[in-house]
Design a protein around this ligand. Structure first.
Ligand code: NAD
Ligand code: MG
Length: 292
């Protein structure tokens, strides 16, 4: 047993250095915890086939480690510039019961989304768990500085890709399969400066609930996870203004940012049969900042 407030210590020099987009866990300071040395599986996902977008780093890496240790086959997707992080995640998956692969490419392109599903089915035979986790977040203070290009790219990455991937994957998902979408507390408590990002997360929350009602006829459950402030490269690579990084996450009741490792068990729960009666749900992991 441990006091959660002091479970992780963060120093106050966190923007060191600010990273280009996409950010890398490899050079994140301080380093994040993805459960590398702590997550213990017990066959909750034995034999299941999982595709995780943004599985190279942050929350996606923690989910990949947990799924693999629970016995799943795992494919991670990420961008070409994230090869270092992708390789490190794959290294963490070695030695687990299931197999693991990386399929690299840009999910803001419809053709690639379809190809990613095709390649995943070729490798694994089916998709039992689809984790739509990849996301783009670039903080822009003023409306006049928010470009059309950024607005469209954030929607393509966060929302359109989720539609393209889901539509292509569902024919390969058997009854009992699970779709898990990474939404955000920003869906409910949108910040100024995250106009494009926060509104994509609002869309993801509604998409998740609507899709759940559509797909239960096929025996597929659909849920979302809404993280609060989590210490990942997304925040250091434009997701937050530099001056906010040193105190990132201190405003929530827990008084600190969460670590990716603290998210993984919720994804495992939603992927496994343990959550058989749970669909159209959004589960918050926020350090006490409540969803409505
Ligand atoms: P992260 O940077 O580690 O992960 C985001 C991933 O998205 C990247 O690793 C990258 O591989 C992927 N990605 C971005 N654009 C892509 C593209 N065009 N094609 C393919 N992949 C692309 O950061 P994270 O915080 O772990 O983010 C994971 C999810 O969690 C995101 O959806 C994010 O919005 C959500 N989230 C994060 C926080 C937080 O505080 N970190 C809070 C709420 C929600
Ligand atoms: Mg990454």
């Amino acid at each position: 047993m441990q006091d959660p407030r002091t479970q992780y210590s963060m120093d106050n020099k966190r923007s060191n250095p600010e990273q280009p987009d996409p950010g890398l866990d490899t050079i994140l300071k301080p380093q994040a915890d993805h459960g590398e040395n702590s997550y213990q599986g017990c066959n909750r996902l034995a034999g299941r086939k999982a595709l995780i977008t943004g599985g190279d780093s942050g929350i996606g890496r923690a989910v990949a480690i947990a799924f693999a240790r629970e016995g799943a086959d795992v494919i991670i997707n990420y961008l070409p510039d994230e090869e270092k992080d992708g390789k490190e995640t794959l290294k963490q998956l070695e030695g687990c019961d299931g197999k693991s692969w990386a399929i690299v490419g840009d999910i803001s392109q419809q053709d690639f989304c379809q190809d990613l599903i095709k390649q995943s089915v070729d490798k694994m035979g089916s998709i039992d768990i689809l984790v739509n986790n990849a996301g783009k977040q670039i903080f822009v203070e003023e409306l006049e500085e928010l470009s059309s290009e950024q607005f469209c790219q954030t929607y393509a990455t966060n929302v359109f890709a989720m539609f393209w991937l889901t539509k292509a994957a569902v024919p390969h998902m058997p009854p009992g399969a699970s779709i898990i979408n990474s939404t955000s507390i920003q869906s409910y408590q949108p910040s100024a400066g995250l106009l494009d990002y926060a509104s994509t997360k609002g869309a993801i929350t509604s998409f998740t609930k609507s899709l759940a009602k559509m797909l239960i006829n096929k025996g597929i459950r659909v849920n979302g996870v809404a993280p609060g402030p989590i210490w990942t490269p997304l925040q250091q690579s434009g997701g937050q203004p530099a001056e906010k990084l040193d105190h990132f996450g201190e405003h929530v009741p827990m008084g600190r940012p969460g670590q990716p490792a603290e998210l993984a068990p919720t994804y495992v729960y939603l992927a496994s049969q343990e959550s058989s009666y749970v669909t159209a749900e959004i589960m918050g992991v926020t350090g006490g900042a409540h969803l409505p």
